[in-house]
Design a protein around this ligand. Structure first.
Ligand code: FES
Length: 125
């Protein structure tokens, strides 16, 4: 079972579906992993309280990049309030791989950025 998840991580890293830039994004967050210096940007287009488009761009290890791709696939099309229910634990369960503390930071880089992006929107930024 774990191999299946690990395979998906590798696939998504090699061939991401949500990578890119949204030029007219309504929310944009840059996040860096202090442990390695890798960073990514999350772009959201939020219309009438719904995430109508979500993309990421940046560089990093397979786990950080694939996690971002999977996470944005989960929240794209959801209402902002609904997207907030994507808790850290739920997301890690979805990834389905066991991670060392250092790798946990990689996997959660995009999640942190997403939560800020949603919060920014709520705060009117
Ligand atoms: Fe840098 Fe994973 S090693 S984000």
């Amino acid at each position: 079972m774990l191999d299946m998840y690990a395979e998906e991580i590798l696939e998504r890293y090699k061939d991401p579906v949500n990578k890119g830039v949204i030029k007219n994004a309504t929310s944009e967050v840059h996040e860096t992993n202090p442990l390695c210096g890798d960073s990514l940007d999350i772009y959201l287009k939020i219309e009438s309280g719904k995430i109508t488009d979500a993309k990421f761009n940046g560089f990093g290890c397979a786990i950080s990049q694939a996690s971002a791709d999977i996470l944005l696939g989960i929240v794209k099309g959801k209402g902002v309030e609904n997207a907030k229910n994507t808790t850290k634990d739920n997301f890690l369960k979805t990834l389905g791989i066991s991670l060392s503390p250092a790798r946990l930071k990689c996997a959660l880089l995009s999640w942190h950025a997403l939560m800020i992006a949603i919060g920014n929107r709520q705060n009117g930024h």
